[in-house]
Every structure is written in C-alpha cells, then in structure tokens.
Design a protein. Structure first.
Length: 475
C-alpha cells in the first residue's frame, strides 16, 4: 500500500501549466529531500493560488524553491539541469520559507536575504525546529506543530497541547529517528501523533497535515492571527463573515482596534524575523532611556533571545530596580522619552494589577500569567539593509515589562520561556509539589507559605529540580 501511494504521488498533477496570475514568476520545486509526495502537494497548492509551477527546469523558470538543501547543493543541481536541457537563465535559489510566505499572502512576496539559500543547510534550517535535528525528525515535528496550530484555531486546546507535547519529545531526541519503534514507550506521544510520525517516516509527508495546510480556513486563520492584536476568536469571526485576505479587511471597512490598525499597517515588518543584533540594538536604546529616568535600573533581554535563539518574532525586555518601590512610575517616563525621540510607532500600557489580588495564595490559571506594569509597543528601528532598507527603518514588536525586585526572578523565569517549557514546569509544580508557580511568585499550598527567591536557581531548588539553563528550555 505504501509503495502504491508513493508511486501515485511521484509527480505533480498532469496537464501543462498555464501562465498563472503572476506571469513574471515561474516556479520549479527541487524534489531532493523534499520528496515526491510533498512536492506534489506543494505544486497543487501553488497552482490553486494562481502560480505557474513547471515540472522540470527550463529557461522560463525564475524561482527555484528547495527544502533542507544548502545553496551549494541546489547550485550543483541547477548546473546539472542546465546541462541536460541546455537552458540558461539565472533563477533565484530560494528556501521553502519564501514559498510558504507567498502561499499565505496569495502572491509572490518580496525576496529578502533570509529567503536566499546559503552554505550549509538552507534558510529554513535556521528555524528553531530544524536546528540540529535529523531531517525525518524535523519534518515530523513540523507536521505535529501544524496539527497543534490547527487544533488551536478550532478551539481544541487539549488536542493542541497533545500535539505540542509530542513535537517537543521529537525535538529532544538525541539522534536520527528511523523507525517508529525507536520511540518505544516515551511519554507524550499519543496514537494520533504516532500515526503522523509513521506517515512521515514512510512517505516523507502526512496526507492529513497536507490537507490542513491546503485548507482555506487554516490558511486564512494563519494569515489573520499574524496581525498584531488579533486572536483566534477575532480571526474566526472574520472568516465566518467571508473575509479571506488583508485586502478584504481594508476594502470591506472592517472595524479594527487601534492595536489591530497598527498591526495591519506594519504587517510585513512585524512578520519578518527580528535578528539578535536588532534586539540588542533596541535593548541598548531602552537602557539609555531608563538610565535617564532612573539610574541603576537594569534592562534584561528575555524571551527566545535569552534562550540563545538567533532571531525571534518580538523583543521582550524586563525592567527592575534593586531598591523596592523605586520602579513605580518608571515605565510612563521611559515610554514618554522614547516617544519624544520618534522611536515608538504604537504603544499601549497597562498598570500592575497583581498587588490588587487578595488572599495568601496567588490565583491560578492563564489569566494571571502577566499582571505586571507593561507596555505593548511597536518600535521604529533604523536599518541599513534587509526589510525596510528603502525607507531606512523597520517596525519591531517590543514588550516592556516592569517587575518589582522581589518578583524579578519569577518574572525572568516566566518571560524566558519557551511557552511549552513554562507550561510543563507549572504543571509539575502543581501536580508533583502542590505548589502554585506563576510569573510573580511561588506558593506552597501544603504549608500555606510564599517561598521567596533571589534567583532562578533558587526557584528550581524550591521545586526540587536541577537548574535548567535558558539555552535548554527551547523544548
């Protein structure tokens, strides 16, 4: 059965490709490492979106798309194709990320440096799921993460969490996964996830996952939830109203909040990865503003960058002062000064409401993950190359969070992530230690006692765990 499935999917759908909606763009997908089945699915997707996809390389091809190949490998492949067909041309050699973004936008997106293939693994290999992972494990993890995302879009938090846990288990594997039996009785991988992994191992692709990727609802939900200020409920409502594209939102006069207006206005920039150097540049700018307003205040770069990631979606900065209470009123002064320097394109602040909570035990649940004084903002970052180079700047999402010094270790732990690591750590605290852990405190329910800490290490000690460095919290 498997061999028959492979044989049927060995080539894209029959029939000559038409000129498509974008006559200046002709795609050719490299089958090496992508696999015949996935190539067929992606070809079908692209043609449904109005792209012309040629089965073989020719002089007409303008964009060569590859997955998990290096620039050198694709260049060698291209040279071989030229020799066989005698066609010249100088197509762009692109990572699958360009293809994915173009499918989401419904048009060819502008080619940026991050889309172009480099030496070593392709640009997509720099994504968190692909770093250091064997190819089959990476594909399986991506497939599970897609199903987790789709379940979240459907409001099924339990299914989403199950697929997320399974993907995290794959990410933690020390070596290549060749057969499903190698997983053994590992916890966190249910029967559904095992079927997905089996399909990927056998065929290089999971039909269920590809159907999800091709579905109009998934693509629309993914597009809308990438707008700053738009959650699943809003995106779902827009989809039910018949909206499908960003242009639809504008042409139909959809009522947007101020935050959503800013998110739509800067959509391309905010969905371009933020490089570490850019995050550090913003951190220095905030540090300068903080020292003007309250000398001695520290600014800590948190989130994925603290975990060692080379790029991320936004920048999280934690502010605190070593003297208790001195941080009061700091955020408004810092934001005001940054605004006066034309560094902020949008900002919305919320007050610290944690102190208003009554009772000895910090309330549980996701609604109290963040009750710090906080500013949701979009920074105007000067750039010389890459996205925004033509105008000299790009928009970057920045969260400024002020934590009292007594709560700072808990805030640092909570804001470092990853989200799945934090969820599992808090679940362990609750189920195994009868404690409540959040970004403000650690409470021992058995002794009816708050447990103070001056560092992350001390929090782990209270939980009876070995300290896990930030770089090991990506799963």
């Amino acid at each position: 059965m498997t061999l028959l499935r492979r044989r049927r999917a060995s080539s894209p759908p029959a029939g000559p490709p038409g000129p498509g909606r974008f006559p200046a763009v002709v795609l050719c997908l490299v089958e090496k490492r992508m696999g015949a089945s996935r190539r067929a699915f992606l070809t079908q997707l692209a043609r449904a979106k109005g792209f012309r996809v040629d089965r073989a390389y020719s002089a007409a091809v303008t964009h060569v798309v590859s997955e998990q190949n290096s620039g050198a490998e694709v260049a060698q492949w291209l040279e071989q194709q030229r020799e066989e067909c005698g066609a010249e041309g100088d197509p762009a050699l692109l990572d699958i990320s360009w293809f994915t973004e173009s499918m989401g936008a419904g048009r060819p997106v502008e080619i940026e440096s991050r889309h172009r293939l480099r030496g070593g693994w392709g640009g997509g290999g720099d994504r968190e799921w692909g770093r250091g992972l064997p190819y089959d494990s990476a594909l399986s993890q991506e497939a599970l993460e897609t199903l987790a995302e789709e379940a979240g879009f459907s409001g099924s938090e339990g299914r989403s969490l199950a697929f997320t846990r399974a993907a995290s288990v794959l990410k933690a594997l020390p070596g290549r996964l060749s057969t499903l039996e190698e997983l053994g009785p590992l916890p966190g991988i249910g029967e559904h996830s095992r079927r997905v992994i089996q399909d990927v191992l056998e065929d290089g692709v999971c039909a269920e996952v590809e159907r999800v990727k091709l579905s109009e609802r998934y693509q629309t939900m993914k597009l809308f939830t990438k707008i700053f200020g738009v959650g699943v409920r809003t995106a779902s409502r827009w989809y039910q109203e018949g909206l499908r594209t960003l242009v639809d939102l504008q042409e139909r006069g959809t009522k947007l909040t101020r935050q959503q207006q800013a998110g739509l206005r800067h959509y391309d920039d905010l969905n371009t990865p933020v490089e570490r150097g850019e995050a550090e540049s913003i951190s220095r700018a905030v540090q300068g503003a903080v020292q003007r307003c309250l000398p001695g205040t520290s600014v800590t770069l948190a989130g994925g960058f603290r975990r060692g990631k080379p790029h991320g979606h936004d920048v999280d900065l934690l502010l605190t002062h070593p003297e208790a209470g001195r941080e009061a009123g700091l955020l408004s002064r810092v934001v005001s000064w940054l605004d006066s320097q034309d560094l902020i394109l949008y900002q919305h602040s919320q007050e610290n409401s944690y102190a208003l909570q009554e009772g000895p035990e910090p309330p549980g649940g996701r609604d109290v993950m963040d009750r710090f004084e906080r500013c949701f903002s979009i920074f105007r970052l000067e750039v010389q190359g890459g996205p925004g180079a033509a105008r000299g700047w790009k928009a970057v999402r920045v969260d400024l969070v002020v934590a009292p010094i007594s709560q700072f270790p808990f805030a640092l732990l909570g804001w470092t992530g990853s989200r799945h690591f934090e969820r599992e750590l808090r679940r362990f605290a609750s189920h195994e230690r009868k404690m409540v852990l959040n970004s403000h405190a650690l409470y021992d329910s058995r002794r009816n006692l708050f447990l103070p800490a001056v560092s992350e290490e001390e929090i782990f000690q209270h939980l009876g765990l070995e300290y896990v460095p930030p770089a090991q919290r990506n799963t």
